[in-house]
Design a protein around this ligand. Structure first.
Ligand code: CDP
Ligand code: MG
Length: 768
């Protein structure tokens, strides 16, 4: 994909430099922007969320919340047949054949690096081996300890725990459990094998720095180099000296393995021998402008040309949006054909409900399947029977944008190591073919990175800094990083923490910072909760935070646009999306009580109001957990009926994300300017409550996050009194001149805003 895919060198390596200069300067910024936009358009990224992603709680692939919790946790009775079948399958895994040697190596060494092809049984078998061989017990007194296994992704943690509980024939949450943010399915008395996200283990270290309940920790998929994994590795290097009895096992695909070995002072490598078959690699002859179309074309070609075999196809896309588009387009094309050979089209991405996810594992000899996946299928999921891989060569990554002062999701070319890993997926069960939808040229001339850039070198580190500070790491520069973050990225993150008063002028945690640590959510939201204690509106703020943490609560039907909009309008609180969220939650909860928790009644209430019941239930769950944390820390939970107080409280935590209305442009759109640097134009998201307002009481607003599409849209906006901005954001705004205070209030003349025309122009813009 010539110009759109090849020049990758400039994507993130220059972050450090640009951060230092205080602006985002890339060699050819304009070109890059254009490219990013093209990539986004192609990817059909309708609205990447750009909030400061939570790291402590970890999110998968930056794709937001939500998973098929219900189905993941339902226990299915295992028939004897199925159990025998599963045991047979276990025995056929490469890991099984080397079990004894593997266990010996682990027994003899404190740290072991385990390398193995994807699908060799690392994730599902290792923990079971350790358990079966008694490594889950204290040597001295025989006390039971936990064997922990971390995963970079929530979805993997859940589905693997489910699988292993089946293999061990027990109910999930008993001997085998999992723990992900806001959902702990373990039993302190029973659980021996615990799968969790790396972010969860990082938080556990806060409470128990020696991890004294664990006997073994398996750092799975360490080669993915997520931020939390990298920090954990650094912490383990110190911890293993204090806990000589703790076993650390780092599993990795071949990439990065030597690095881990060196990091742990020449720790032994154990390679699980794999069976791999040759894979032919085909490149595109020319570049394609649309990766979805190119992929669909390639799928059809493979499917129709090789109709004699039933080898399955695996396609790598960037995210939910382009996966869905691909599946739809493919189905459309198939429908146009006369009696085509049957094809199962199966999407897979992290937020897909569990029961749909499971479908990719279904086997059928007569019917070919095509699995359209995110990067999740690169290493953390193994689908058997793949013979053809179609690789777009693209990936969606979280990249810190110093210009915006926040993380953004960007579609960028993958590294060579990733591309090779993807190709390898075609040769697991027999010889295979990979079709790379980019030219061979693109992989040469060092235009693609050899290795992916670890997250620690490309994302905002505020969360992690806060955590390290509270772990007593005084000098961040002396922390044993596997790869050090660029100095300027560190400085930026420290600055961010200072600017929200979590750190003082000496870089020490403030009392506020210490309280923030208690909450497994992004720093600004944690601060918001702490602030709400002072404003005596903690009950309301916790609701708002919970609602901001779940995926969209509104259901916007394409066919019933007007109706769904009208339903939404009924909930709107003027001048504040945050208060609107609060209103929705409260009304929903009132109704929930009224119908006495009757599922079908509340479900129909939600449908009538175009609300997503699943999101609301999850918000309720999160709210309860946040309230628990507050109670544990003796933080008072108080109610307030005063909207002004709540808005002021919001301002006290979000002053660094504020904007001012500057004009109404020719399309009737409200144009704002970002007050942080006074140059970036921003707009209200079309779903904002403020859009329907014909006049705002003040031109100043705070916003929760930015969504990048064709324009910069602010998501979740609330108007604020400029004097509040001065009061709380004194680090940013000048308070010396009293006269300006009155001036600020009267500065902008409000024009009448024509609701309908605004909405129409926005809709055509966003194509919602
Ligand atoms: O971690 P690694 O890639 O080495 O392999 P694994 O995830 O332990 O998978 C071993 C085998 O278990 C594969 O053949 C998978 O297809 C199977 N598996 C499964 O059937 N269902 C799951 N939820 C997970 C794994
Ligand atoms: Mg694995």
């Amino acid at each position: 994909i010539g110009p759109t895919i090849s020049p990758v060198r400039d994507s993130t390596s220059e972050l450090a430099v640009s951060a230092k200069r205080g602006s985002f300067t890339v060699r050819d910024r304009k070109m890059k922007k254009e490219r990013a936009k093209q990539a986004q358009d192609r990817a059909g990224v309708k609205g990447s969320r750009v909030g400061k992603e939570n790291v402590l709680g970890v999110d998968d692939e930056g794709e937001g919340e939500g998973e098929g919790k219900d189905s993941a946790t339902k226990a299915e009775p295992l028939t004897a047949d199925r159990y025998t079948q599963i045991q047979l399958q276990r025995k056929s895994l490469p890991a099984f054949t080397v079990k004894q040697e593997l266990i010996r190596t682990i027994r003899e060494n404190q740290v072991t690096i385990v390398i193995g092809e994807t699908g060799s049984g690392k994730t599902t078998q290792l923990a079971q081996f350790l358990y079966e061989e008694g490594l889950g017990f204290n040597k001295g007194n025989g006390n039971k300890k936990i064997i922990g296994c971390t995963q970079p992704r929530r979805m993997a943690a859940m589905s693997v725990a489910k699988r292993v509980s089946e293999e061990m024939n027990c109910e999930i949450g008993q001997e085998v459990g999992f723990s992900i943010r806001f959902e702990d399915r373990t039993d302190p008395n029973k659980t021996s094998i615990k799968y969790m996200t790396d972010g969860i283990l990082l938080r556990e270290i806060l409470a128990d720095p020696l991890l004294s309940t664990y006997s073994c920790i398996i750092m799975d998929e360490a080669h993915e180099r997520t931020l939390s994994t990298d920090i954990l590795l650094g912490l383990f290097r110190q911890l293993i000296k204090k806990r000589r009895d703790l076993k650390v096992i780092v599993t990795s695909a071949t990439m990065n393995a030597d690095k881990f070995t060196r990091f742990f002072g020449d720790a032994p490598q154990f390679t699980i021998p794999g069976r791999t078959f040759p894979v032919d690699i085909m490149y595109s002859k020319s570049s394609n402008s649309d990766h979805v179309e190119a992929a669909v074309k390639q799928i059809l070609t493979v499917h129709l040309q090789s109709s004699t075999d039933s080898g399955d196809i695996l396609v790598f896309m960037t995210g939910q949006d382009d996966i869905e588009t691909t599946c739809e387009l493919l189905q459309e094309k198939l429908d146009l054909l006369d009696n085509p050979p049957p094809l199962d089209i199966l999407p897979i991405y992290s937020t897909l409900p569990q029961d749909l996810q499971k479908k990719i594992f279904n086997k059928s000899d007569s019917k070919r399947k095509v699995v359209v996946a995110t990067n999740i299928a690169e290493t953390s999921l193994t689908v058997d029977g793949i013979k053809y891989v179609i690789d777009t060569g693209l990936i969606k990554l979280k990249v810190y944008n110093p210009k915006l002062g926040m993380d953004t999701l960007q579609v960028v070319p993958v590294s060579l190591a990733n591309a090779n890993q993807r190709s390898g997926r075609a040769g697991r069960t027999g010889p295979g073919i990979t079709y790379r939808l980019y030219t061979e040229n693109a992989t040469e001339d060092s235009r693609m990175y050899k290795q992916p850039i670890p997250e620690i070198q490309r994302t905002n580190l505020s969360n992690i800094m806060l955590l390290l500070k509270s772990l007593g790491v005084q000098d961040i520069n002396s922390f044993p990083f596997l790869d050090s973050p660029p100095k300027d990225l560190l400085n930026c993150s420290l600055y961010d923490l200072w600017s929200i008063n979590a750190l003082d002028n000496f870089g020490e945690l403030t009392p506020l910072g210490k309280q923030m640590i208690e909450f497994p959510i992004e720093p600004t939201l944690a601060k918001l909760i702490v602030q709400s204690l002072e404003f005596k509106c903690s009950e309301e703020i916790v609701t708002i935070v919970s609602m901001l943490t779940v995926p969209n609560v509104f259901y916007r039907s394409k066919e019933r646009k007007r109706e769904s909009d009208m339903a939404r309008e009924k909930f709107i609180i003027n001048e504040s999306d945050h208060l609107t969220l609060l209103n929705i939650y409260n009304q929903w909860e009132t109704n929930l009580k009224k119908v006495k928790n009757n599922f079908s009644s509340i479900n129909s209430w939600c449908t009538k109001n175009f609300l997503q019941l699943k999101s609301l239930l999850r918000a309720k769950d999160i709210k309860n957990q946040l309230l628990l944390i507050m109670k544990k820390n003796r933080m008072p939970i108080t109610r307030s009926n005063d909207d002004t107080i709540i808005r002021k409280c919001l301002c006290s935590s979000f002053y660094q994300q504020s904007a001012k209305l500057t004009k109404v442009n020719v399309n009737g759109q409200l144009e704002f300017i970002n007050l942080r640097h006074n140059y970036m134009k921003m707009y209200l998201h079309p779903t904002s409550s403020l859009i329907l307002n014909s006049s705002l009481s003040t031109p100043y607003v705070i916003f929760h996050e930015l969504v990048l599409t064709s324009k910069e849209y602010m998501n979740f906006v609330t108007t604020v009194d400029p004097l509040w901005l001065l009061e709380f954001g004194y680090k940013f705004f000048d308070i010396s001149d009293v006269k300006t205070k009155t001036k600020i209030r009267n500065e902008v003349d409000f024009k009448y805003i024509d609701k309908e025309s605004v909405k129409q122009s926005l809709e055509s813009d966003l194509e919602m």
